[in-house]
Design a protein around this ligand. Structure first.
Ligand SMILES: Nc1ncnc2c1ncn2[C@@H]1O[C@H](COP(=O)(O)OP(=O)(O)O)[C@@H](O)[C@H]1O
Ligand SMILES: [Mg+2]
Length: 264
C-alpha cells in the first residue's frame, strides 16, 4: 500500500478552545489506484493531505496513523518526515503560482529540486527537466525553462508544477484541487496527463476535489468527506448508484462542472 491512513484525527488549538477538524479518517491508495476524496469547501480535504504529510507544526494535534510507502508519519522524527516528502510523495495544489518562486526562471526552480534531492549535477538535471516538460505537453519546453512564472498561463504553469512533482520519481501523487482553477479543456488535458503518468509509472494517486462528478468520471473509488468525517465511500462500478447519504446525494445533484459527454 502506498498510502494507508487509519483513524486520522486532527485539531487546531488546545484544551477547551481546540477545534476538531478531522475525525477518524481512514483511506488507502495502492499502486495504480486513483482514489477520490470529495467534499464541500471547508470539509477538511486539504487538512487531510497536509496532516498526512505532517505539514502542520505545534498549532495542530494529530492522532491515528498515516503510513506512506511503508513509513509511519505520525510520530516520525522531522528528518524521516522530510525524507518521505522528498522521495516518496508529491503534492500538487490548486494554485501553481504559489508553488513556484516568482523571481526565478522555471528551469532554475525545477533543476534546484533535483540537485538538492538527488544530488544531481546541474547539466543532468536540466536534461531531465527538459524531458519532463516535454512529457507533460508543454510547448517549446527549452524556451519555457528560461522564462519566469508570470510569463506562462495557469494551465502551462500547472504542467510545470506536475513536471516538478514527477522529477523526484514519487510513487504517490496527492492532487489537491489541482485542476479546479482551470478551464474545462485544460482540466481535461491535465487529467489525461495524470492518468498517463499513473499508467506509465504505476503511481497511486489521491485526487481531491469538491466536484463529485469529476471524481466520478475518473476515480476507482471515492470517499465523501463531510465536516472532517468520511460519511460514505462509493466504489466502482456504478459509482453513484449506491449513494445513500443525503449529503452525497446533494453533491451529486449539485450543478455539474464538466461537459456531460466527458462524464459518462
Ligand atoms: N491552520 C488552521 N487553523 C485553524 N483552522 C483551520 C486551519 N486550516 C484549516 N482550518 C479549518 O479546517 C476546516 C477544513 O479546512 P480545509 O481542510 O482547508 O477544507 P477544504 O480543503 O475541504 O476546503 C475549515 O473549517 C478551516 O477553517
Ligand atoms: Mg482545500
Amino acid at each position: 500500500m502506498l498510502l494507508a491512513i487509519e483513524g486520522l484525527e486532527l485539531s487546531f488549538g488546545e484544551g477547551e478552545d481546540a477545534a476538531r477538524i478531522l475525525t477518524g479518517i481512514s483511506l488507502a491508495v495502492d499502486r495504480g489506484e486513483l482514489v477520490g476524496l470529495v467534499g464541500e469547501s471547508g470539509s477538511g480535504k486539504s487538512t487531510t493531505v497536509r496532516a498526512a504529510l505532517r505539514l502542520y507544526g505545534d498549532e495542530a494535534t494529530i492522532g491515528g496513523s498515516v503510513v506512506i510507502d511503508g513509513t509511519e508519519m505520525v510520530g516520525a522524527d522531522s528528518g524521516t518526515q522530510r525524507r518521505v516528502r522528498a522521495e516518496s510523495v508529491a503534492l500538487v495544489q490548486q494554485d501553481p503560482r504559489a508553488a513556484l518562486n516568482p523571481v526565478r526562471r522555471i528551469g532554475d526552480s525545477l533543476a534546484e529540486r533535483l540537485v538538492r534531492v538527488h544530488g544531481w549535477k546541474r547539466a543532468r538535471a536540466d536534461e531531465r527537466i527538459l524531458e519532463l516538460l516535454t512529457e507533460v505537453g508543454l510547448t517549446q519546453p527549452g524556451r519555457r525553462m528560461r522564462q519566469y512564472p508570470h510569463e506562462l498561463s495557469g494551465g502551462m504553469l500547472q504542467r510545470v508544477v506536475i513536471a516538478s512533482a514527477l522529477s523526484t520519481d514519487p510513487k504517490l501523487l496527492l492532487a489537491d484541487e489541482a485542476t479546479s482553477a482551470l478551464d474545462v479543456t485544460t482540466q481535461a488535458e491535465i487529467i489525461a496527463i495524470f492518468q498517463r503518468q499513473m499508467r506509465e509509472r504505476g503511481l497511486g494517486m489521491l485526487f481531491i476535489t469538491h466536484d463529485l462528478h469529476l471524481a466520478g468520471a475518473i476515480c476507482d473509488r471515492i470517499h465523501v468527506l463531510k465536516q472532517g468525517e468520511i460519511v460514505e465511500t462509493l466504489t466502482a462500478p456504478g459509482l453513484f448508484d449506491g449513494a445513500q447519504h443525503p449529503y452525497t446525494r446533494a453533491l451529486i445533484a449539485a450543478a455539474p462542472s464538466l461537459e456531460p459527454k466527458e462524464r459518462a
